[in-house]
Ligand binder design. Structure first.
Ligand SMILES: Nc1nc2c(ncn2[C@@H]2O[C@@H]3COP(=O)(O)O[C@H]4[C@@H](O)[C@H](n5cnc6c(=O)[nH]c(N)nc65)O[C@@H]4COP(=O)(O)O[C@H]3[C@H]2O)c(=O)[nH]1
Length: 534
């Protein structure tokens, strides 16, 4: 993923990460507020049922008591008893006595005219016939509920069934066993009540919240306007929104931290290592006397996903500092083997020089990586050279150990950028080396009259004295190449011959050099075949 995409993804994640917790908390607080309001409504609905049961039980008791009294029907004593029973009861408004389904007398007295017994809406399990709505014939007044048992009935004011102390914004409705509305308080919305009777449920619509309770054949419905829960909603939001904001800030912080880390040079390099974005270019090394290509230096390049190539001096220092250089070295070794395995097997005189970092030298782990990579390839260890810089030699003891082990396996070890450090001579004396790469700053002076131009021949002489293969780096002109050859330098590398080349170009260069200058000697330069003066 390139930087732009990382930024886009990070911004998108941060926005989503900020919105989701806040939206979730708004949702949760809304639900909690709705739930709390519905609980409140359910409580009132429950209370209404308790109230209805009490009123019903009281009316039933009156009915059963008088029915069992055995007094002469409609006698003065009977009527007095009925009246007393009505006075004593809070629920019952009137009581009547029927014979042959005709009302003969009530708690008010003997009935004049023919009043027929009303039909029942439903009958309770204990045999009470309930008529939800009748108009009292004797006393007149508002419609009542009638409970009929044997020859008696009692009239109960429907309001007794919802006689509950209510909050102002709540409406209450109580429905009988047959689904008929018995009574209502605070004028609930008839359409809403009708729909809830049809499908009893707890819920919320555009204007109202509602809850129901069902028990003992009653259905109680309590409703309240949605606006009523605002206060509770605000309270929930005050509690939960800070939590949402905190989670949002945390997520945004994490996204910012991760994207910053991902976008940091180290983050990018880490990902590049994981994605194996490293390729190798090869800078030809030629025998100065014959100009035959005898090898190449493997130079790592970071090919970004957008195709751009990053030079090693821009990322090697960070890779060394962070330890990522170790897997990068591994990738270079593997690339060399897969790129040039066939060519190396076909031409035993060809070698590839791999650069080692300070950590590589310290750990020595690259040796087993090379061993595994070369396994079954047919490439000889002698064909893999190792280049170490003076910085890598500073821990001289571990460097000596690693170099000794490498040489024991047959690898050639060269000291790179020779002459640029403070202790080049000390390393030459103290370490078992095979080759010396003379830094380009010295090669630049060849053929010119500068203060340091006399140093270069001394470096070359020293290499001869110590039986080291000398390789001139940064050869830019034919004159330099010729002079160096005349001075006895075996190999040269530089823009005069070729710049670091992508694989195909290097292979083409190699074949072209063979074709032009003849076959390369199929021996490696530890032998005197290259014209090295021992
Ligand atoms: N001005 C001039 N420059 C020339 C000429 N001929 C070659 N060069 C450049 O000199 C550098 C030679 O590699 P180096 O001294 O090992 O220096 C290397 C080496 O220290 C390091 N490096 C490259 N690849 C690797 C690697 O795989 N592992 C490690 N640890 N370091 C590497 O990065 C350094 C820079 O590599 P490059 O940018 O490829 O730069 C290369 C090459 O492009 C010339 O005629 N004139």
């Amino acid at each position: 993923m390139n930087r732009q995409r990382v930024v886009i993804v990070a911004v998108a994640l941060a926005v989503i990460g900020a919105i989701i917790p806040i939206a979730a908390m708004l949702y949760v607080s809304w639900n909690l507020a709705v739930r709390a309001e519905q609980d409140r409504l359910e409580l009132f609905a429950e209370r209404a049922i308790t109230r209805a049961n009490r009123s019903f039980a009281e009316a039933r008791l009156v009915l059963f008591t008088i029915a069992d009294s055995g007094v002469e029907p409609c006698s003065p004593d009977h009527i007095a008893r009925m009246r007393l029973a009505v006075f004593d009861s809070r629920a019952v408004e009137e009581m009547g006595y029927f014979e042959n389904r005709l009302l003969r007398c009530t708690s008010w007295g003997v009935t004049e005219g023919a009043v027929e017994q009303a039909g029942a809406d439903y009958v309770t399990p204990d045999g009470i016939a309930v008529t939800i709505r009748i108009q009292p014939a004797v006393s007149g007044g508002k419609p009542m509920m009638a409970l009929h048992h044997r020859n008696y009935n009692v009239l109960v004011d429907p309001l007794r069934f919802v006689d509950v102390i209510l909050d102002e914004d709540i409406t209450l409705a109580i429905v009988g066993a047959n689904g008929t509305l018995v009574s209502a308080l605070n004028a609930p919305d008839p359409a809403l009540i009708k729909s809830i009777i049809a499908a009893p449920r707890i819920g919320i619509d555009e204007n109202n919240l509602f809850a129901v309770a069902r028990r003992d054949g009653w259905l109680a419905i309590a409703t309240a306007p949605r606006t009523g829960m605002r206060k509770d909603l605000r309270r929930q939001q005050m509690m939960l929104l800070p939590v949402g904001a905190f989670i949002a800030a945390f997520i945004v912080g994490i996204v910012y931290w991760l994207s910053k880390k991902r976008l940091s040079p180290l983050g990018e390099l880490t990902l590049a290592v994981q994605n194996r974005e490293f390729i190798v270019h090869y800078q030809p090394i030629v025998a100065l006397k014959t100009h035959i290509c005898v090898g190449a230096e493997a130079l790592v390049r970071w090919r970004r996903p957008d195709g751009s190539i990053v030079r090693p001096d821009l990322f090697i220092p960070l890779a060394e500092e962070s330890g990522l250089i170790l897997p990068i070295t591994d990738q270079v070794i593997q690339a060399v083997v897969s790129d040039l395995g066939k060519l190396l097997v076909a031409d035993r005189g060809l070698h590839i020089a791999i650069n080692l970092s300070v950590s590589d030298l310290k750990t020595g782990r690259f040796l087993s990586v090379i061993e595994n990579a070369l396994d079954h390839t047919g490439i000889h260890n002698e064909q893999i050279w190792l280049e170490v810089t003076e910085r890598g030699l500073m821990d001289i003891e571990s460097a000596r150990e690693t170099i000794t082990a490498a040489r024991a396996r047959g690898h050639m070890v060269a000291i790179d950028d020779f002459g640029t450090g403070y202790s080049s001579l000390q390393y030459l004396q103290g370490l078992p080396l095979d080759a010396l790469k003379i830094d380009k700053t010295f090669i630049d002076t060849v053929g010119r009259d500068t203060a340091t131009s006399s140093v270069t021949p001394h470096i070359i002489d020293m290499a001869k004295t110590l039986s080291l293969v000398a390789v001139a780096e940064g050869v830019k002109t034919k004159e330099q190449a010729d002079s160096l050859a005349a001075l006895g330098v075996a190999f040269g590398q530089g823009w005069f011959f070729a710049r670091p080349l992508p694989l195909e170009e290097f292979i083409a260069f190699y074949h072209q050099s063979k074709h032009q200058y003849g076959a390369s000697p199929d021996v490696l330069p530890r032998m005197p075949a290259y014209g090295m003066v021992p």
